[in-house]
Design a protein around this ligand. Sequence first.
Ligand code: NDP
Length: 251
Amino acid sequence: MELRLDGRIALITGASSGFGAHFARLLVREGARVVIGARRTDRIAALADELGDAALAVAMDVNDEASIIAAYDAAEARFGTVDTVIANAGIAVGGRSTELPASDVATVVATNFTGLYLTAREGAKRMISAGFRDSERGRIVLIGSITAELTGQGESAYAAIKAGVAHLGRQFAREWVRQGVNVNTIQPGYIQTEIAGDWFQTEGGARQVAAFHRHRLCPIDALDAPLVFLCSDASRYITGSTITVDDGQVL
Ligand code: NDP
């Protein structure tokens, strides 16, 4: 199977912590060169130092299209056309819908939807201009969430936007199906990262984990095999799919 990522040039948003930093290390281990973007530039600079010549850190705010375009320009200047995009940057806002400030709703839409949209489409535009139609090499992975499949108290805007991400993935996949660009969504379950803060160490968080069928959080490396597969040549015939990786939490 063609699962190695040698020769691939990947752009990863939200690479300053959590999944994004983990994915950067994983993709380099699997042979790719990575462009790692986020707003906390000290963190991505340290990660790029750790990863050596295979990594380039770029300041990136997905709420600002000019910064997304500049990141792709920097990626191209250093490595060549990005053929693999992991649109991962995201924030969480919580609180009852009756109380959530309008500014929080706007921020979660801007980062988790518009920012992801602009990141994916900038990558696709460049892959299409570079002639990926023939090589069928383009891979875009959107990071959604199992909250897309759940209802709960206090996650309405975040969860609904993540449902939008999964459908956006199908729409993009349809639009670029003849252009050699595959688009798929991974929907992770609950995994300890900075996004949840210390929630899982609280009584409420412990109750939530106890209620999962397997009474545990999902480990971050549960995402490794699906991600590498979706970035690889082996997933040539898979586009418009949503893969849930949640240890059965949503069942
Ligand atoms: P983290 O909080 O650790 O990481 C979030 C990342 O997003 C950070 O690197 C942050 O970087 C970046 N980010 C936020 N806003 C922006 C912005 N405007 N521009 C660029 N980067 C931004 O959380 P996770 O790693 O857990 O989250 C990654 C993705 O996974 C998110 O989309 C989240 O919704 C999703 N997810 C997480 C789950 C979990 O249980 N952990 C479950 C399901 C989905 P910086 O602040 O430096 O810009």
